[in-house]
Design a protein around this ligand. Sequence first.
Ligand code: NAD
Length: 266
Amino acid sequence: MKIGIIGCGTIGREIATAIDKGTIEMELIGLCDIVPSQAESLKKDLKNFSPAVLEKEKLVEICDLVAESASKDVVPELLGLCIEKGCDILIMSMGGLLGQGDLIKQAQKKIAIYRPSGALAGLDAIKAANIANIKSVRLTTTKPPKGLEGAPYIKEHGVTLKDIKEKKTIFEGSASGAIKGFPKNVNVAALLSLAALGPEKTQVTIVVDPDATRNCHEVEIEGDFGRITTRTENFPSPNNPKTSYLASLSAIATLKTITSSLKIGT
Ligand SMILES: NC(=O)c1ccc[n+]([C@@H]2O[C@H](COP(=O)([O-])OP(=O)(O)OC[C@H]3O[C@@H](n4cnc5c(N)ncnc54)[C@H](O)[C@@H]3O)[C@@H](O)[C@H]2O)c1
């Protein structure tokens, strides 16, 4: 299977390295980044592949599958290109899929859209639970101040992260509000929404903890099946404190599953 990567930062680099090491049995034929030097520098670090550095239009044309690890803003256009060219897509910037119901319908029977579990645990059970009735979904995300830096909500509400000296809730509302206010920080909120009740009915609380060293996600779900509570304590990636290491690993695990005959989990 020929794969290309769009977005050669923290997650894109981890995916490329896993392909280079043979953890994922795919052929890495192309890289794309809005900052071409990012793609060139990643290419230089690979030992077993020499992917071409291309624009996304060309990449989608020559690949069987593209892995998006760039930005939610690129997702709608990229998904449209993939549908047109018959190229499967793995999407990490989950917020980019919200409100794209028409494109997702168009993709049906044409291409596969893979949405890894990212930094979240329990999505297998949530998918199963959603076959029956789910009554409520609540996500509480706790991050160190660095994990929320630069979020539009922080700027708009005049929150000074460095002045927060003890654990403090800074946002409570719907997943759609959380994604708007923290587009690079709460991909898990978008993913949970897409997996169950949608962005308006999924409740999100965001907490800043100056003593935290991990990005923590707690999920509570109630429905016909009973109740699920999960808690994931993620180490932030050393290269990008907004991104949990588990998110990269989940993309790699999804790509491994695509090429494997043994598929575990719902
Ligand atoms: N699903 C999850 O659980 C989860 C977890 C963490 C991060 N993410 C998301 O995955 C994406 C990548 O995260 P990261 O930590 O690797 O980010 P990063 O900032 O380390 O890397 C992103 C790379 O994409 C490039 N880029 C940005 N916009 C682009 C565009 N329009 N076209 C091509 N390249 C572009 C940047 O130049 C950069 O090299 C982000 O959108 C992030 O919010 C998802």
